[in-house]
Write a protein that binds this ligand. Structure first.
Ligand code: CA
Length: 227
C-alpha cells in the first residue's frame, strides 16, 4: 500500500517508516502539516498516518482541510495526548482511528490492517500473493494451504509473506533476517532456520510438496514451479 506519514518527531518517523516498509508498503514522509496537506492533495494514498502535534499547525486542522477538500483516504491519528476529548475531536474531524504514543509496532500494523479492511479495496492493489497451493492475504494477515487456513505466528507470517513476495529466487540469510524481523532482533541464522522449519511443518501437514527449499551454503528459496 501507499502510505503517507505526517510526523515531525524524527525517531517516531524513522521507526514507523521502517516498520511499514518491512511490511512491503511504500512510504512517503512529511515533517510539517502544510507539506503533508500538499502531498495528500496531490497524490493518492491508501492510508495517512497523522501526528497531532506538528510544528506549523495542528494535525486536527490538517485532517479538517483534507476532508474539506474531499480527500477520503483513511486517516490514523498518532498522538501523545491521552485524553478522551482530543480523541473524540479527532474522530469528529474525520479521522478513522486514533493511536496513542508510545505504541507497539504490532498495534500500529493491526490498526492499519483494521482500517484498510473497512475500506473497499479496488482490484488494482496487490494484497494477496500465491505460489502453487499457497496463498497469503497481507490485509487480513491470513495464510492458506490448499484453501485451508493455517494459523501463523507474527514472525512466521512475516517470513512467509517475504518468501511469497520473492518466489523462485534464492534468498540469503542476511536478506531474510534484515527484511523479516524487527530492527533490534538478534539476527542469528539459527533463529531463521527454526522459523523455516516451523513453516515447513505447518505447510507439510497439508501438502506433500516441499515449497521452502534449502539452497546449500546460500539460503532458502520458495519453489513455485510445477512438479
Ligand atoms: Ca509531534
Amino acid at each position: 500500500m501507499k502510505i503517507l506519514v505526517i510526523e515531525d518527531d524524527r525517531i517516531v518517523r524513522t521507526l514507523v517508516k521502517h516498520v511499514l516498509e518491512k511490511e512491503g508498503h511504500e512510504v512517503s514522509i512529511a515533517e510539517k502539516g502544510e507539506t503533508g496537506e500538499e502531498i495528500a492533495l496531490r497524490e493518492d494514498f491508501d492510508i495517512i498516518i497523522l501526528d497531532l502535534g506538528l510544528p506549523d499547525k495542528s494535525g486536527l486542522d490538517v485532517c479538517k482541510v483534507l476532508r474539506e477538500n474531499d480527500v477520503t483516504t483513511p486517516i490514523l491519528i498518532l498522538s501523545a495526548y491521552q485524553n478522551t476529548d482530543t480523541k473524540i475531536t479527532g474522530l469528529n474531524t474525520g479521522a478513522d482511528d486514533y493511536l496513542t504514543k508510545p505504541f507497539d509496532n504490532k498495534e500500529l500494523l493491526a490498526r492499519i490492517d483494521a482500517i484498510t479492511r473497512r475500506v473497499n479495496k479496488g482490484p488494482g492493489s496487490k494484497n494477496t500473493y500465491e505460489c502453487g497451493e499457497l496463498k497469503i492475504d497481507l490485509i487480513s494477515r491470513e495464510f492458506y494451504v490448499k484453501d485451508q487456513k493455517v494459523l501463523l505466528t507474527n514472525n512466521e507470517f512475516n517470513l512467509m509473506a517475504y518468501l511469497l513476495k520473492n518466489p523462485n529466487r534464492i534468498l540469503d540469510k542476511d536478506e531474510l533476517t534484515n527484511n523479516v524481523w524487527d530492527i533490534n532482533f538478534d539476527t542469528n541464522t539459527n533463529f531463521l532456520n527454526v522459523y523455516v522449519s516451523y513453516l515447513r511443518k505447518k505447510i507439510e501437514e497439508i501438502t506433500p510438496k516441499s515449497y521452502i527449499q534449502t539452497i546449500r551454503k546460500k539460503g532458502f528459496m520458495l519453489n513455485c514451479e510445477k512438479d
